[in-house]
Design a protein around this ligand. Sequence first.
Ligand code: ADP
Ligand code: MG
Length: 734
Amino acid sequence: MEEKKPLLELRDIGKIYVSESTVAVGIRGVNLAFERGEFVAVTGQSGSGKSTLLNIISGMDSYEEGELYAEGEPTSHYTQADWEKYREKYISFIFQEYNIIDSFTVLENVELSLMHIRSRTVRRERALELIRRVGLEAHIRQKGSQLSGGQKQRTVIARALAKDSPIILADEPTGNLDSETSKEIIQLLREVSRDKLLIVVTHNFEEVSEYATREVRVFDHAVASDREINPGRNLSKANTDEEDGSASADNEGVQTEKHSTIRNSLALGLTEFKAKPRLSVFICVLLLIASAVLFFMFTTFWSEIRVFFVDENYMFSRVTGRLVVVRSDGAAIGEEELRSLAEKTGAKEYVRFDRAFDMHELGEWRDYYPHYDMRGYSPQDSRPFNATYIDDGAKPDIGRKPENDHEVMLSVPYFMRDMFGVDKIDFTSVSIGQGLSYDVVGIRYYIDSNIQGTMLMTREGFEKASVFSYMMDPQLAVTFGNATRAPLNFDRNLPVGKIYVSSGLEREVPYVIVYRREMNTGITFREDDIVRAPISVESGSFAINPDTVYEDLKAFAQANCRQASLMYSSNSKAAAAAETVKELGYIAALSNATYKIQSYVEIIELIIMGVLYLFMWAMFLIFTSFFIRICTKKSMDAFKSDIAIMRSMGIRVKEIKLSIYIRLYACIIPSVILLPIGAYFLYRTDFGGRHLTFLYWPQYLIIYILLLFVMARVARKHVSNLFSESVRGALKSE
Ligand code: ADP
Ligand code: MG
């Protein structure tokens, strides 16, 4: 066995404080050696150098003269980092100021010093054990601020023990306590540190006299006397063997991985978050408001952009995989021709009459919602209510899907529920013009205000609607007698086969010809087919069941309607096919094609708007971070002393800094959760559905990133403010 070195040895130690104008002696010529198991009482008058001695031993203060040996190793050459390691290995402090974190519970305060233990459960167990040892088991969940002086000091002792270092230093640990509590604390200190070196500075020798094993009296910055007392009480020799054994075994199991910075910071950050719930909630609320503002900025920004280059410029309604084809010679495209084009280009199908896709008829809807004429005001304003036969599989919320050619299912924004029906269909029919109406048999509501309303028809109904829509552009009319013109209306209630004339037209009508744009459609009714209307047909007009003329109208459209559509499984397939179709001599246009912005004025306007918006956002973000920082400055400044305590306990600066970031970032979580939920309900309201652009997850992601940016700024400023002072400075200024 090698020669036994004292745990601590001071040889000719001297410390001089030099300030701008004065030079003060701290201590001089100190020669002392300490061993495990000793309870050293350092006594002396105020200003005699007791604290200086302790600070040197702790490595918190440097010494200029002599040498301090730790287990025989000289320390005079130590760097700052060496001292940190030294402190971590040897020293636990107990100060006069209790120095526990007021906002943390007893358990959290103790666990703080057990950060090096990896497992949460082990850490918790060990903390509970220590708390039991100092007799605080009844106050585990109590906050530091609610403890009495004695309880605080007990917590500090538990924490000092948690470190399990061989030296415990206590500078007037009972300075603020009544004499009875002081006795208890000293007794406790003695009990829990029998195997350690315990050095207690006190101006009241009385209270330690019963327990101390040695008294070092300091007078006039030097050791005046050094004597052993209560020799029988030094139980260390008898006890160390077993206790040491158990303690070190304990240590090995516990002190695994020491440097898990992120894990420690995370635990610390979340404890801080919980410790000051009012502050946390306050920041959360501020962030929630900021995220709401960002949300509104986004929804308005997006619709601004839309007005510039998306909305108004779509040539056709966007139907996935649709390719619109026209013969380049201007002739109407034939059915056979279309079929072969579809085959050649791998189309799913062709739609000879595709007009209903682009029908911009809103029917009576417009009467109910006049704002639909206010362009550029809400996303739906410019979004027509298009017909389609493509069933996306969505189930109706009320009613059913169409089953015949005059039934439709509507898909409309949720906020219009009041108008379309909540449990039963209130909006029972849609007219596409000239009285040609469809029965609404089902309604589906959706939240996403970016998508357009649709009117789902059967395939046959869609074709008929397309033919009628084409023929009714601008109006179908009839002429009779002396080339007199009269409007023609459709009415599904009328019997098929005849044309009905209003009772207002008293004159004899020998024949009726149906016209479209001054063109004779070839549809003619003779006397026998013209019937005086049995029911009230609008005065001066004719009415007919649409089925009576459909086949004839279709034949006319067949010969005159130039446009048709080829349907592919995706837009990219359609785009590829467009090339082939063009090579075959047709004009082809994708349904998602837009007119490009052509005017430079518009481009410049767009850029200016974009820059303005970016500037506005940047200003808002800077202002928000500034505001949050100012609002939280006081609370964060109060955190300064907590940081000093954490540092004195050996928690790394890096970990504390990171924990502040984590603590502040955690405040974003409520916004992350509540923003989309709030938005969802907002979109269901009349205001939200009508005026706010629906946002998708990437847009929310951008909002969250901006919030992170705000909090990063706040945290960075707080951190640089909090760490501008040294540990001792902060502790002293408390
Ligand atoms: P005690 O703890 O016994 O009351 P200290 O160790 O605090 O005494 O102080 C010893 C001497 O060192 C005193 O004269 C005091 O003025 C001086 N001293 C202590 N700390 C400083 C300092 N930071 N700067 C200058 N002088 C100091
Ligand atoms: Mg002192």
